[in-house]
Design a protein around this ligand. Structure first.
Ligand code: GLC
Length: 654
């Protein structure tokens, strides 16, 4: 059952699509199953007691565990590439949680600004959700189980975006590919080494001076022809689009935006100026439908050149610094001129100056400096901050549906809010080449699925820092199962394309396994979209009465047939797995054979070499596997065979 309560005057985020009548909150009990204490005295604050064994699921793209207990999280879309344990905000804002114990209660706080989830942090037995203003919708969902509550939630937020089948292929990316030649080299090295691939990503250097919807003519002398040539080689080029529009006379997107008043404004009506990759930029007012239509329409510049997929970036929106921020630094420097003159070490730089510099990036003050035009009313950005990435991707999604109504396009975003799942997927942003980030990748997946984001994945191999061969292989073996399977890394880091390492055949094999599984994985993905289900689930969703399963956070259920348990530590020859029931342990071996062994319920140590891909088939189930193909189009369904338990059947959703 779903109940909707209204507090104050909420902003219409459009996260929820179902028409549900709202009850005005007037001090009543909002949930019979778990009593909530709501206070409106100082903003909004909702708290409830949590029992020792209650599990708190949710929060989508958030740090730490699948069970969110024992820490605090703040929904505040942030461009922060260092996802260390203490970080409370990442790129997305997904305010849905489930308190799951003897009762199962889902809570969705539809509120587009900062909101804090203290989940047993201040007091271990207390859940407190608070925000500055008591203007929000609260949805309270009760059900039989955590999964039942999730499905009810998914039904009210609308169907998830469907990615094209080619987007289940492998993609190679690197911030640093500059020219058509660079891209051709990547493609030919993959093809020459017979490593399957379907996509190469174009990071910011394909643009002319980082201007959205432009292509550098020296680096790509005939872009449409190049796109076509790649297509003939079964490669989709996926360009990046950034949120900020470069300020430059003669640049049409900038000039049109200024003329039509489409950029976010300061209080005095001038266009807000922020520095991002292109230097000084303006932010299109993505909350205004007219602006969305205009900005979305620009994607046609690239689709008409043959492009059929995009990644939207820097859309928290990220701000390196603002004019006001620089003014503050200059002022602090002027005030401390004498001391700075005498400073003979960085430590001696006056605190005021250093703190001004530290606060330049993504400053909360800057987010208070610009406004959106919502139905003729000026709304200060910080009050709707978490909706920016959602609406940028909505602009693109709506436009792409118009441009090619019968074609599925690939679209994913860095920043998001619930509701954006109807328009595109997400990737989990700038992770690091750390072993702990394989596990973080795994743990985020089911939480994201709960919030409707099914087409997701992380930068495989790690974005920041230098990677290692074994890290890439182990991470790819998880990536085999994530809808988005992309190897991406940052400028200046060690090259991590599969052909950069010794024994390329191991990479060929691991990625080949992905292609052998694509019919199954895409089918389970489509079923999850159609039925508002989860592609990835925590074990506790399938085995709620098995405490050991509920507490297992390094394995996931995938679709209705399998469980995955990737290796995420270095220098090991396998790992311990917990089987809540008998399963068939399957390993795709480097010689192309498949190892199968039935394992009984309980704990096992399984050997998994760097070049093997393990999975577990549930008792009585089977999955289709095909032969390896060089790309998604080349998958031959004639080669299908079924792997798993004798007598089991599988229905393919193609
Ligand atoms: C951001 C993105 C990253 C990209 C880089 C350059 O950091 O998250 O994926 O490579 O910008 O565009």
């Amino acid at each position: 059952m779903v109940k909707k309560y209204v507090f104050g005057s909420p902003f219409e985020t459009e996260a929820v699509t179902a028409g549900i009548e709202a009850a005005e909150y007037a001090g009543q009990e909002v949930c019979e199953d778990i009593p909530m204490n709501i206070s409106l005295e100082n903003g909004f604050c909702c708290s409830c007691h949590i029992n020792d064994t209650d599990v708190i699921y949710g929060l989508g793209e958030a740090n730490r565990g699948i069970n969110k207990r024992g820490y605090k999280y703040v929904s505040n879309c942030t461009d922060d590439p260092n996802h260390t344990e203490q970080k409370v905000s990442l790129y997305g804002a997904h305010n849905f949680i489930i308190v799951s114990g003897t009762k199962h209660v889902g809570l969705f706080f539809d509120y587009p600004a900062n909101i804090c989830f203290d989940i047993g942090y201040t007091r271990q037995d207390l859940l407190t959700v608070s925000c500055e203003r008591a203007d929000l919708y609260l949805y309270v969902i009760t059900g039989e189980s955590a999964y039942d509550v999730t499905k009810q939630f998914r039904r009210i937020i609308g169907k998830s975006y469907i990615a094209p089948k080619y987007a289940f292929g492998y993609g190679q990316s690197r911030w640093g590919y500059k020219t058509a030649d660079d891209i051709e080299t990547v493609v030919s090295r993959y093809r020459d080494n017979q490593i399957p691939i379907d996509m190469v990503y174009l990071d910011i250097d394909y643009m002319q001076d980082y201007k959205d919807f432009t292509v550098n003519p020296e680096r790509f002398p005939d872009f449409p022809q190049f796109v076509q040539k790649m297509k003939e080689n079964r490669i989709h080029l996926i360009p990046i689009i950034d949120a900020g529009v470069k300020i430059e006379d003669g640049y049409d997107v900038y000039e049109e935006g200024v003329e039509k008043g489409y950029f976010c404004k300061r209080e005095d009506g001038s266009n807000f100026v922020a520095a991002v990759w292109p230097g000084w930029t303006h932010f299109p007012d993505m909350l205004n439908p007219e602006v969305r239509e205009w900005f979305g329409g620009k994607y046609e510049i690239l689709t008409s050149a043959g492009i059929d997929g995009f990644w939207n970036d820097m859309n928290e929106p990220a701000i390196f610094y603002s004019e006001e921020g620089i003014d503050a630094v200059n002022q602090a420097i002027a005030e401390h001129a004498k001391e700075l003159d005498r400073a003979d070490s960085a430590i001696a730089v006056p605190w005021d100056v250093r703190s001004c510099i530290d606060q330049l990036q993504n400053s909360p003050e800057d987010y208070k400096r610009f406004y959106h035009n919502v139905d003729g009313k000026m709304v200060r950005h910080d009050l709707v901050h978490n909706l920016y990435g959602f609406n940028m991707t909505r602009a693109a999604g709506e436009a792409l549906r118009k441009i090619a109504p019968d074609k599925k396009m690939l679209l994913f975003s860095r920043s998001s809010y619930i509701g954006m799942h109807r328009y595109g997927g997400i990737w989990t942003g700038d992770n690091q080449s750390w072993w702990s980030h394989i596990l973080l990748n795994l743990k985020m997946m089911p939480s994201l699925n709960m919030c409707g984001f099914l087409y997701t994945g992380a930068d495989l191999g790690g974005f920041g820092s230098d990677t290692t061969r074994d890290l890439v292989l182990r991470w790819l073996a998880l990536g085999v199962f994530t809808p988005l399977m992309r190897n991406h890394t940052a400028l200046g880091t060690r090259e991590q394309e599969c052909y950069q390492f010794e024994h390329i055949e191991d990479f060929r094999h691991v990625i080949g396994v992905r292609y052998r599984l694509i019919p199954y994985l895409y089918s389970e993905y489509l079923k999850a979209v159609e039925k508002d289900e989860m592609y990835f689930r925590p074990l506790g969703f399938d085995y709620p009465d098995d405490r050991r399963a509920v507490e297992t956070e390094d394995q996931l259920m995938l679709g209705s047939e399998i469980m995955i348990a990737p290796v995420y530590t270095q220098n090991v020859s396998g790992r311990t797995v917990y089987l809540p029931e008998e399963m068939k342990f399957v390993k795709f071996m480097p010689d192309g054979s498949i190892y199968e062994e039935i394992l009984r319920q309980g704990t096992h140590y399984v050997d998994v070499a760097l070049n093997e891909v393990p999975l577990f088939i549930r008792k009585g189930k089977c999955i289709p596997v095909v032969d390896v193909a060089e790309n998604v189009d080349a998958i031959d369904m004639e080669t299908v065979r079924y792997l798993g338990y004798d007598g089991a059947e599988y229905e393919l959703d193609a």
